[in-house]
Design a protein around this ligand. Structure first.
Ligand code: SAH
Ligand code: SF4
Ligand code: F3S
Length: 448
């Protein structure tokens, strides 16, 4: 006799990879007849898809576990399931630390969750599963009908000294190109206009495939660009050591590949980059940027930066500031170094004091925001193509969407979500643009 459990509540932490895995989890549960409950208290299955990239991610998740514990005590037939990177990194310890957890599973094991839920009794189901495969066969419950994430690889072969991801997502495995193309064709037929390709290091895509399928990332982009209906292609993230001219050229030559590259630099100091094991130095990074600027002059470049990596001196940090000035990033995600269990950097002797990290972070944020604001001024007065996503977050009477450069735009207009609007940009801050829709363009009058 099957259990009566029929509703679930899922909380997702972490990156787009996790968001995408959550779409698969939801798709799978719906296919099994589960419905989404609005609150945890109303759910028969309480799920967490976890992240462990920084300590703050762990803490956020553990903060939520208290409620799950209480709800489980109230109704012991409830199922508490913990998936994702934190679960994978903790393995069996999940159950030692939190005995009320029934099921734990790693990022490559989403289908196992379904198998467990199909069983009659939960007893002895507390088990942990190793990475197994892509979950591409599971239906994805997408949030927006016109945008989709597409996973092209899993795992990472790099050994960045600060990073936990190789432990949580395993060695790099590329998905066969035919499978990716088939998925994107299905998505296009389903009305998807914009795709974002996901991988920890998309530019090393295909190297592990056998000869008959061997495809470079640039070749994959060309195959996806050819698919009718897909108007925009994005991807995240390329590694500076692996981005080559063919990929940069794709931005110039393939109409659907957007004018934006997120190229995580981490530090502007060659000495720190070496200790991070990033395998490129400042000069090489700047070369890549010069290549982008030459081949795709208007391309937006964004980045990730870590401050306070062990051994980072004031001089090293100033090198990061000067790199920000030199590249003139359109945006940056900035992080305070967080020691992660079982990573090389966690036990390096010369940890930077917290107060110093905070002070550097503030200076870095001030500079990256100033540079981003200045860079964004180049859009003022231009008319840009915006894919409408929904109402503006601050003013429901206005619309919100994104440009090909990945800038969020709030604007007055009449377009619907999923449509492309021509928007004349009137002003720009470090993170958003504001403007109004050029309605003549909708009547076929064109925009200038
Ligand atoms: N694979 C991607 C990054 C995934 S993690 C890439 O290499 O581009 C996203 C970002 O989190 C990293 O770029 C890095 O800036 C940051 N990060 C990773 N580990 C961290 C740590 N231990 N402390 C602080 N920031 C970290
Ligand atoms: Fe982590 Fe480095 Fe791999 Fe990115 S490339 S996931 S930072 S190990
Ligand atoms: Fe993503 Fe966090 Fe895992 S950033 S890859 S969910 S550790």
């Amino acid at each position: 006799m099957a259990r009566a459990a029929r509703t679930f509540h899922l909380t997702t932490f972490g990156c787009q990879m996790n968001e995408h895995d959550s779409e698969r989890i939801k798709g799978m549960l719906r296919a099994l007849g589960y419905e989404e409950a609005p609150t945890r208290a109303e759910a028969d299955v309480i799920l967490f898809n976890t992240c462990s990239i920084r300590e703050s991610a762990d803490q956020r998740f553990i903060g939520h576990l208290g409620e799950a514990k209480r709800l489980k005590a109230e109704r012991p037939d409830r199922i508490v399931a913990v998936g994702g990177c934190w679960a994978q990194s903790m393995r069996e310890q999940v159950f030692e630390l939190f005995p009320f957890v029934d099921v734990a599973f790693g990022p490559g094991q989403i289908h196992k969750l379904g198998e467990v839920l199909l069983q009659d009794s939960l007893e002895a189901q507390a088990g942990f599963f190793e990475f197994e495969d892509f979950s591409a066969h599971l239906p994805a419950a997408r949030t927006r009908p016109f945008q989709a994430w597409v996973q092209i690889s899993q795992g990472c072969n790099c050994v960045c000294a600060y990073c936990i991801v190789p432990q949580t997502r395993g060695r790099e495995v590329s998905r066969p190109p035919d499978e990716i193309v088939a998925e994107v064709e299905r998505l296009a037929a389903d009305g998807v206009r914009e795709i974002t390709l996901l991988g920890q290091n998309v530019c090393s895509y295909g190297r592990d495939l056998d000869r008959s399928q061997r495809t470079t990332f640039a070749e994959l982009l060309a195959r996806l660009d050819a698919i009718e209906g897909i108007e925009r292609i994005r991807y995240t993230s390329p590694h500076p050591k692996d981005i080559r001219e063919d990929v940069v050229r794709a931005h110039a030559e393939l109409p659907s590949v957007c004018e934006h590259i997120h190229l995580p630099v981490q530090s502007g100091s060659s000495r720190v980059l070496k200790r991070m094991r990033r395998t490129y130095d400042r000069a090489r990074y700047l070369d890549r940027v010069a290549m982008i600027r030459e081949l795709v002059p208007d391309c937006a470049i964004t980045t990730d930066i870590i401050v306070g990596f062990p051994g980072e001196t004031e001089e090293d940090f100033e090198q990061t500031l000067s790199l920000v000035e030199e590249v003139r990033f359109d945006g940056a995600f900035t992080f305070i170094f967080s020691p992660r269990r079982d990573t090389e950097a966690a036990t390096m002797p010369d940890q930077v004091p917290h107060a110093v990290k905070r002070e550097r972070m503030q200076r870095l944020v001030d500079l990256t925001q100033k540079v981003a604001r200045e860079r964004a001024q180049r859009f003022v007065g231009r008319t840009l193509e915006v894919l409408v996503e929904g109402p503006s977050r601050t003013d429901p009477d206005r619309l919100r969407g994104r440009t090909r450069h990945n800038k969020t735009v709030n604007f007055d207009g009449i377009a619907s979500p999923g449509e492309f609007a021509q928007v004349r940009i009137g002003s720009a801050t470090s993170t958003t643009l504001a403007g109004e829709e050029v309605l003549l363009a909708r009547l076929g009058g064109g925009a200038h």
